[in-house]
Design a protein around this ligand. Structure first.
Ligand code: EPZ
Length: 418
């Protein structure tokens, strides 16, 4: 067990390099299972626990993996098993992509039900609806999803809710199906587009990713390819918010500014300067911030995954801010932790009402989930005195080398065992 110890109060200066996108990488790695020949050489893989967990799962299925810094080579040509029921599968959410990938290639799979951040009920009914529409029989037994099909046949599927996971999972299952599959009301997140681009590099024929409708023209087989994962929009947003909250000037490098538009626009509303330049964005902040209202929405709206870090910023912004969380029903657990540091946050259902205070003060707090962890780090960085954060394992699932990156910007942050 480890904890982070932060001495707050430093401004942040310098630059930070953003790693590959977690939520793209955790779909691309299972996607590599679909190559029946050749090797997928995937670059810009973030060094995070969710990725390591998936790599172990792929090895348990018989894939051969070779790792070299942020590149992973995946050879799935000799997969021996379609049974993904190792403990690792239950530890993370994205293991559900194994269902679509294995079903697509082998027409069958048995995959333990996924885990992931405790942010509310996380159903997979839309994934199942898509698999069934393609012709698969789906049942849930002994905590595992069992899917089987004689043939997968392209069809039209209209999703009831906009879901990143269902969009990608059904896309995976449809790639080798007979005929054309049309997915409507799909998610448009940058990582959805990235996964489609990766699969097209393997020989898939997917059109329209990034719009409301995706068409998948069935192909006979997929093979290895070379691919580089896009930069992480949420990691970039986290460093932007940290800079805005702490005051200072930081250039966030290796990003796609277009993916950050909703975050940049909100930060500008709080009184911060945001300057985009090619593949970087610079945030300049005096630390004096104004309250704003936010509603989380699917892309291109304000991302739910940035809501928690933003709550911390708004806790010291002048005036009242209101956050409406429209994606997850229980994503305000960080509010209680922020209150221990002096924040004034009142949660009513899916709404948080934040009255800005002059300062936060250091305390022992918990990272209740991944992005709550980022919120607590930012709270520690702005808080007066020392903050200790437990539950660091949540943060390690999704933020590569977070304390090294913040240290380089001038933060006082260390890790120690409990
Ligand atoms: C992905 O989760 C991300 N995880 C989440 O990021 C992110 O918060 C979420 O998308 C929304 O952007 C990964 O990519 C691994 P959804 P996912 O399916 O795919 C409802 C992080 O911090 N829904 O888009 O599981 C669901 O309840 C994590 O990195 C159904 O009703 O989310 C939610 O209200 C946390 N039925 C909404 O749709 C379904 O079958 C959006 O969920 C599926 C989803």
């Amino acid at each position: 067990m480890e904890k982070l110890i932060i001495n707050g109060g430093n401004n942040l200066y310098g630059h930070v390099d953003i790693s590959g996108a977690k939520n793209a990488a955790v779909a691309i790695i299972p996607g590599a299972i679909m190559a029946s020949k050749g090797v997928c050489v995937i670059d810009n893989i973030p060094d995070i626990e969710d990725v390591r967990c998936l790599e172990r799962i792929l090895e348990s299925l018989g894939c051969k993996l070779k790792k070299n810094n942020d590149t992973v080579n995946i050879d799935s040509s000799d997969i021996e098993s379609t049974n993904a029921c190792v403990e690792e599968v239950r530890k993370m959410r994205a293991s559900y992509y194994l269902i679509g990938a294995l079903l697509g290639r082998f027409k069958e799979a048995r995959v333990e039900l996924p885990g992931g951040c405790p942010i509310g009920v996380r159903p997979i009914d839309q994934h199942i609806k898509g698999f069934e529409a393609l012709g698969a029989k789906v049942k849930i037994e002994h905590g595992a999803v069992i899917v089987k099909a004689d043939r997968l046949i392209g069809t039209k599927i209209f999703f009831d809710v906009v879901s990143v996971g269902a969009t990608i999972n059904v896309m995976l299952a449809a790639i080798l199906a007979e005929g054309t599959t049309t997915l409507e009301n799909v998610a448009k997140e940058p990582h959805v587009v990235d996964v489609a681009n990766f699969l097209n590099s393997m020989g898939a024929n997917i059109r329209g990713a990034g719009t409301d409708v995706i068409r998948i023209f069935g192909v006979k087989e997929l093979k290895g390819c070379n691919y580089s994962v896009i930069p992480d929009q949420i990691e970039a947003g986290t460093y932007m918010i940290a800079t805005a909250a702490c005051g200072g000037e930081v250039t966030i490098k290796n990003i796609i500014p277009k993916h950050l538009e909703s975050i940049s626009a909100k930060l500008v509303e709080t009184g911060v300067e945001v300057i985009s330049d090619g593949d970087s964005v610079t945030v300049k902040s005096s630390g004096k911030l104004k309250g704003v209202n936010i509603k989380t929405l699917p892309y291109p709206g304000f991302p739910t995954d940035i809501q928690q870090p933003m709550t911390t910023l708004l806790s010291i912004a002048k005036g009242r801010s209101i956050i409406n969380e429209s994606i997850w029903e229980n994503r305000f657990k960080h509010a209680d932790e922020l209150k221990k540091m002096g924040a004034s946050v009142k949660v009513e259902g899916r709404t948080a009402i934040i009255d800005g205070v002059d300062k936060l003060t250091g305390a022992v707090v918990k990272a209740t989930d991944l992005r709550a962890g980022a919120a607590m780090i930012i709270a520690g960085l702005i808080g007066e005195g020392t903050t200790e954060i437990v539950g660091v394992e949540h943060i390690d699932r999704g933020y590569p080398h977070i304390e090294e990156k913040f240290k380089k910007l001038g933060a006082s942050i260390t890790r120690s065992t409990i």
